[in-house]
Design a protein around this ligand. Structure first.
Ligand SMILES: CC(C)(COP(=O)(O)OP(=O)(O)OC[C@H]1O[C@@H](n2cnc3c(N)ncnc32)[C@H](O)[C@@H]1OP(=O)(O)O)[C@@H](O)C(=O)NCCC(=O)NCCS
Length: 166
C-alpha cells in the first residue's frame, strides 16, 4: 500500500521544483507550452520568482516526488492551472486527482471563481481528468471538429455563485 501526499512548494524548494519540472518536460514535451531547453536555462532567481508568484503543489508517493501542478492568479477572480504532470509510474493511482483537488481548493479559498487551463487536442487522459473536476471546454476555443488554430483548447471551471467565498 503506497502513501500519496501533496504539499506546497515555496521558493526555497526551487531545486526540487526544477528537477520535477525537467522530468515532466523530458517525459511529455508535447503537453506543455514551454520547452526543456528554456526551463533548463532559467536561473535560481527566476525559479524563486516563479515559486513566489504562484501556488505550486508537489505530489509524493512514499516520500518520492511523483507529480506537480501550479495555480497562477491572472486577475482578481481568475487563475490558470498549469504544469500538470504525473510521472508515468504513478499514473492511474489517484495522484492526479489529489493534485487537481489541491489546486482547486487553493483557488476556492483565495476567491478565484474561475480557473482556466489549456490542453493539447488528443490529450484524452488530461481532458477526462479535468472534466471529472468540473472543467468544461470553452465554446469559443473550438471543438473536437474545429480545434483552435494552435492545436490547443481551453477548459474552464466556474464555481456556482452559491459556493463562492465572499
Ligand atoms: C494528464 C496526467 C496528469 C493525468 O494523470 P493520470 O494519473 O494519468 O490520470 P488518471 O488517474 O485520470 O489516469 C488516466 C487514465 O489512465 C488510466 N490508467 C490507469 N493506470 C494507468 C497507468 N499505470 N498508466 C497510465 N494510465 C493509467 C486511468 O484509468 C485513466 O483512465 P481514464 O482517463 O479513461 O479515466 C498524466 O497523464 C500526465 O502527466 N501526462 C503527461 C503530461 C500532461 O499531459 N499534462 C497535462 C497538460 S494539460
Amino acid at each position: 500500500m503506497t502513501a500519496l501526499t501533496v504539499r506546497t512548494l515555496d521558493p526555497d524548494d526551487w531545486r526540487l521544483c526544477r528537477a520535477v519540472r525537467i522530468a515532466a518536460l523530458t517525459d511529455a514535451p508535447e503537453a506543455f507550452g514551454s520547452t526543456l531547453s528554456h526551463e533548463e536555462s532559467l536561473s535560481e532567481e527566476r525559479w524563486r520568482l516563479r515559486l513566489a508568484g504562484r501556488s505550486q503543489f508537489l505530489a509524493e508517493e512514499d516520500g518520492a516526488p511523483c507529480g506537480l501542478v501550479g495555480v497562477v492568479p491572472v486577475g482578481p477572480r481568475a487563475a490558470d492551472l498549469i504544469s500538470m504532470w504525473v510521472r508515468p509510474a504513478s499514473r492511474g493511482t489517484g495522484a492526479a486527482d489529489l493534485l487537481v483537488r489541491a489546486a482547486l481548493g487553493w483557488a476556492d479559498e483565495h476567491g478565484f471563481a474561475e480557473v482556466r487551463l489549456r490542453v493539447i487536442e488528443g490529450n484524452g487522459a488530461a481532458e477526462r481528468l479535468y472534466a471529472r473536476h468540473g472543467f468544461r471546454r470553452e465554446a469559443a476555443s473550438g471543438s473536437a471538429e474545429a480545434p483552435g488554430a494552435d492545436g490547443e483548447f481551453t477548459m474552464v471551471r466556474v464555481r456556482p455563485a452559491a459556493d463562492r467565498v465572499r
